[in-house]
Design a protein around this ligand. Structure first.
Ligand SMILES: [Zn+2]
Ligand SMILES: [Zn+2]
Ligand SMILES: [Zn+2]
Ligand SMILES: [Zn+2]
Length: 313
């Protein structure tokens, strides 16, 4: 849920579509402004730095680029630190490639700088992969029945870096007027690889966003189960006041899953009473109907047995 959703009352799906459209639009504007090497508008030179920029196209390039980032931030705000890292990979590998080809005749120091930047980009990729896999295993523990496959997400990060480097390779060749290995298509190559970079970035962020969305859904479900079993306790253990979690306990007879709340601190289990369905601590008597709840009872086959014989998960 982003700003559009909160302040304009837009529903989630429309917000996603609007942000995606805005992100693509501003990206294309920025790409076009950067593509016009001769620029749009009057040329202004900054005498101090020897840099020249164009009155319209340079600000347009920068502002539309920032607008793209802002849209992506809104679109993926739950996992935006991944977006920042992806942007870091983009800047490091883009700058590294540019320095490598533009400063190649300025001595070995520039090769070294370019190499360090590329290595930092690779390190960020490694870091991002570690984090996404940690997120996956956390969710996998909560959803043991579902297989979360990251096989087609994994190559997107190296692909993203490769496309970034290729696009800046084309850009420098085009800027220097040297064909290199671009077969005379340096400008077109730049556009093509920039588009591929953008699409890969969207996919690379989409996957963790969906994964996390599932994780949040799980948390909401857990909250509902806790509210049903322990109303008014804000999810606290009735025995030790520790934090309760929920678990599906599989019946040893019919493998039907009962939702129970448990406290890992004092190993207290709270399950719905089979008679009055009020939440009650296993091992005590039900506060609602006075039934003895020594064991856990399956609501499906009525099997009743000690909690330790039920498989949790
Ligand atoms: Zn407890
Ligand atoms: Zn059963
Ligand atoms: Zn009862
Ligand atoms: Zn059951």
């Amino acid at each position: 849920m982003g700003v559009l959703n909160r302040h304009l009352g837009m529903d989630r799906e429309n917000e996603t579509i609007a942000l995606l459209t805005l992100a693509c639009g501003s990206f294309l504007v920025s790409l076009y402004a950067g593509y016009r090497l001769n620029g749009i508008g009057r040329t202004i030179e900054l005498p101090l730095f020897g840099i020249e920029f164009h009155l319209i196209s340079t600000p347009l390039w920068v502002l539309a680029g920032l607008a793209t980032l802002l849209c992506l931030q809104q679109l993926f705000h739950e996992i935006w630190h991944h977006g920042v890292w992806l942007f870091g990979i983009y800047v490091l590998s883009g700058l590294g490639t540019t320095l490598f080809y533009v400063m190649f005749d300025q001595g070995y120091l520039w090769y070294l700088v370019a190499l360090v930047l590329i290595l930092l980009a690779l390190f960020l990729i490694y870091w991002m992969i570690l984090e996404i896999y940690a997120l996956r295993s956390r969710i996998q523990r909560e959803l043991p029945d579902e297989e979360i496959v990251l096989g087609d997400w994994l190559p997107t990060l190296p692909a993203f870096m490769l496309f970034t480097m290729l696009s800046y390779y084309c850009y420098t060749k085009w800027y220097l007027g040297d064909p290199g290995w671009t077969f005379g298509y340096a400008a077109e190559g730049y556009i093509l690889f920039q588009l591929l970079t953008f699409v890969t970035a969207l996919y690379a962020l989409w996957v963790p966003q969906v994964l996390l969305g599932r994780h949040l859904e799980e948390e909401i479900q857990e909250g509902e189960v806790l509210r049903d079993l322990l109303p008014g306790s804000s999810g606290r253990c009735p025995a030790c006041d520790g934090e309760m979690h929920t678990s599906g306990m599989a019946c040893p007879e019919c493998s039907h899953r009962e939702s129970v709340a448990y406290c890992s601190g004092c190993e207290t289990y709270v399950a719905a009473c089979p008679t009055c369905s009020l939440g009650a601590q296993v091992g005590t008597t039900c506060g609602g109907c006075g039934e003895d709840l020594v064991r856990l009872t399956c609501s499906e086959c009525k099997h009743t047995g000690p909690v330790r014989f039920w498989a949790s998960g």
